[in-house]
Design a protein around this ligand. Structure first.
Ligand SMILES: *Cc1c(COP(=O)(O)O)cnc(C)c1O
Length: 431
């Protein structure tokens, strides 16, 4: 699709142009496998000599159309869908980092990713160093070792909604011959396109705003095509030396800018099998068609709620990067000029007891582990997702023990504010 088309048009149409008499909507190709006419045709597919579908664990037409839409939105050269956001971050890392390798990541990232890197990848022999998102250039450089293979961060951190200084991180990564991988889940390409600031790979939990309706778990990996793997060939042998499991083809030689995604699809999906179902990809495609309409509404409603909370005397503190005076405000204006997302973090005065009484009194706003979809929902990480951590460990992970994560949905913001107001009054009366 024409790259010059505006992003809203790409949301609706990129990735699929129906031919004569074809379905207008991206069709669900609900088939595990695909037929060929000669043995040789099939053989060529397994040698990656021909492109074509043969088994949905590796590729499926529905998934590819939706992935192409996401690639168009991010301005990347190729994308692939995965079964979840977790699978996206896992594959994005292990596609270029093997046992003995090392990853540098900001410590304020989503708890699931923190565990993936800090616990599960460590068990696979990949070491990880977590750094403070505001670490100086020198501190970040000092964390990078000869065996470091990538730098990782989130455009907007979950749950703290801190803004990554993408341009600075990309520069440091490139000075050390490694790519920057950015999880762009909360911002979405509507509000930030990390490739424009130098990031090399973008990941998504499509479960969140991209799906937008809370119906399907999924993930995506997008490649900018900009990182020169061959220039740092000794660091990335998986891409730059022959793959014996495909008769010795070399991904960068054979696929050029498509090397990274082709390897992830044909090798990692083949072996680890974490494909998104075509049915879920279809839901995701539907969600993407309204992403550019929904994101501004999430953001404007969140700013209204954030402003109301900031001015409420019962509120101890609030973090929302679009709020003037927020410590991240200037950085948010640079990277997210049209607004950040619908998620904010805050606490009530009086600590956990008041926070809990407040959450119990909510009627419209629901308590959920989920975030970033059409329903307004709330979570207290210290009592819910992170309850195994001590207050000290929470602070180390950048999460205040009293932090509540509020995700503003698409309801009328006046109703959201009324519900918060009655719940605060009830909590204060009880406490
Ligand atoms: C939810 C989330 C993930 C994990 O995605 P799943 O689809 O739940 O596996 C990763 N990164 C961020 C920023 C998230 O919010």
């Amino acid at each position: 699709m024409d790259k010059k088309l505006r992003i809203g048009t790409r949301c609706v149409q990129a990735g699929y142009t129906p031919g004569k008499g074809a379905p207008r909507q991206i069709p669900i190709v609900q088939s595990t496998t695909f037929r060929y006419e000669t043995s040789d045709q099939m053989g060529r597919l397994f040698d990656l000599e021909d492109s074509g579908y043969f088994y949905t664990r590796l590729q499926n037409p529905t998934n590819d159309m939706v992935a192409a839409r996401i690639a168009a939105l991010e301005g990347g050269v190729a994308a692939m869908l995965t079964s979840s956001g977790q699978a996206a971050n896992f594959f994005a890392c292990i596609n270029i980092c093997e046992a003995g390798g090392h990853i540098v990541a900001t410590g304020n990232i989503y708890g699931g990713t923190f565990n993936l890197l800090g616990t599960s990848l460590r068990k696979l022999g990949i070491d990880v160093t977590f750094i403070h998102p505001d670490a100086s250039d020198e501190e970040i450089a000092a964390a990078i070792r000869p065996e470091t293979r990538l730098l990782f961060g989130e455009t907007l951190s979950n749950p703290g909604v801190e803004v990554l200084d993408i341009e600075r991180f990309a520069k440091i990564a490139h000075q050390h011959g490694i790519p920057l991988i950015v999880d762009n889940t909360f911002a979405t390409p509507i509000h930030c396109r990390p490739f424009e600031w130098g990031a090399d790979i973008v990941t998504h939990s499509t479960t969140k705003y991209m799906d937008g309706h809370g119906v399907s778990v999924g993930g995506a990996i997008v490649d900018s095509g900009n990182f020169d793997w061959d220039a740092h060939a000794e660091k990335f042998p998986g891409l730059t030396t022959p793959d014996p499991s495909y008769h010795g083809l070399t991904y960068t030689k054979k696929f050029g800018k498509l090397a990274y995604i082709t390897k992830a699809t044909s090798q990692l999906m083949r072996d680890y099998g974490a494909i998104q179902s075509p049915q879920n990809a279809f839901y995701l495609g539907l969600g993407l068609q309204t992403l550019h309409v929904r994101m501004p509404r999430h953001t404007s409603s969140a700013l209204q709620v954030a402003t109301w909370l900031r001015d409420n005397p019962a509120v101890a503190w609030i973090r929302y990067p679009d709020l003037p005076g927020d410590p991240e405000h200037d950085r948010a204006r640079k990277y997210l000029p049209d607004g950040s997302c619908g998620v904010l973090a805050f606490a009530l005065k009086g600590g956990r007891a008041v926070d809990n009484a407040f959450m119990d009194a909510l009627q419209l706003v629901t308590i959920e582990t989920h975030v970033a979809d059409c329903y307004t929902c709330i979570l207290h990480p210290a009592s819910h997702t992170h309850r195994q951590l001590t207050d000290e460990q929470l602070r180390e992970a950048g999460i205040a023990p009293d932090l509540m994560r509020l995700s503003i949905g698409l309801e009328d913001p006046a109703d959201i504010i009324e519900d918060l107001d009655q719940a605060i009054r009830t909590a204060l009366g009880k406490a």
